[in-house]
Design a protein around this ligand. Structure first.
Ligand SMILES: NC(=O)c1ccc[n+]([C@@H]2O[C@H](COP(=O)([O-])OP(=O)(O)OC[C@H]3O[C@@H](n4cnc5c(N)ncnc54)[C@H](OP(=O)(O)O)[C@@H]3O)[C@@H](O)[C@H]2O)c1
Length: 180
């Protein structure tokens, strides 16, 4: 069973990730970055994006399921109109056992894409090896937040800063520190 995964998020200056059920920013280079990373799978495989029910509902209908990736949604509810090809999982850990039963060898990398509760469970799980964070250098008065992740994770890569519509951001990558 595959148990290793990465998490990917865009966070504001206070680790905010969303407000009123939506993303409070629209940063095209961040969308591109998300797409490139989550779509890049070896030939014959598709990566998996795992999300909470509210994140699923926050995606515009025309973009869900996210194309070119296996989609998995965590919810305690049994029926809220998920398309058949989307894996519905009752809790975080069951995703990993179910996705291989369903999609077998076609499973590439696994990305946890939010929201807050799912990120928190992911961070506390030893299988979480890598964080891809878009750091946005502005406070957007968010009402949901990415959990504190330092000192458990170390910065391994940082892009040069960029600006989009006056908003400064950069892409950062962190890896879990090995326990001594
Ligand atoms: N900036 C970013 O990168 C980013 C990424 C993703 C989302 N967001 C934003 O974050 C917000 C949505 O996130 P959120 O934190 O409010 O919600 P969420 O984590 O997407 O969804 C929460 C729901 O997921 C289900 N769930 C989560 N953990 C579960 C568990 N262990 N067992 C069973 N069910 C579980 C529950 O669904 P049920 O209530 O159906 O049981 C829960 O109510 C939006 O504003 C969105 O735009 C931002």
């Amino acid at each position: 069973m595959k148990t290793k995964f990465s998490m990917i998020a865009a966070v504001d200056a206070n680790l905010g990730i969303g407000r009123e059920g939506k993303l409070p920013w629209s940063i095209a280079p961040d969308m591109r970055h998300f797409k490139e990373l989550t779509l890049a799978a070896p030939p014959g495989k598709k990566n998996v994006v795992v999300m909470g029910r509210k994140t699923w509902e926050s995606l515009p209908e025309k973009f869900r399921p996210l194309p070119g990736r296996w989609n998995a949604v965590i919810s305690s509810q049994r029926d809220f109109g998920l398309p058949q090809e989307v894996l519905l999982s009752p809790d975080f850990r069951s995703v990993f056992s179910s996705l291989e039963k369903l999609w077998g060898d076609t499973v590439g990398e696994i990305f946890i894409i939010g929201g807050a509760a799912v990120f928190k469970e992911g961070l506390n799980d030893a299988g979480c090896e890598r964080l891809y964070l878009t750091r946005i250098l502005k406070d957007f008065c968010c009402d949901v937040f990415f959990p504190a992740f330092e000192p458990g994770f170390a910065l391994t890569q940082e892009s040069p800063p960029g600006t989009f519509c006056g908003i400064e951001y950069y892409f950062a990558e962190y890896r879990r520190r090995l326990r001594k």
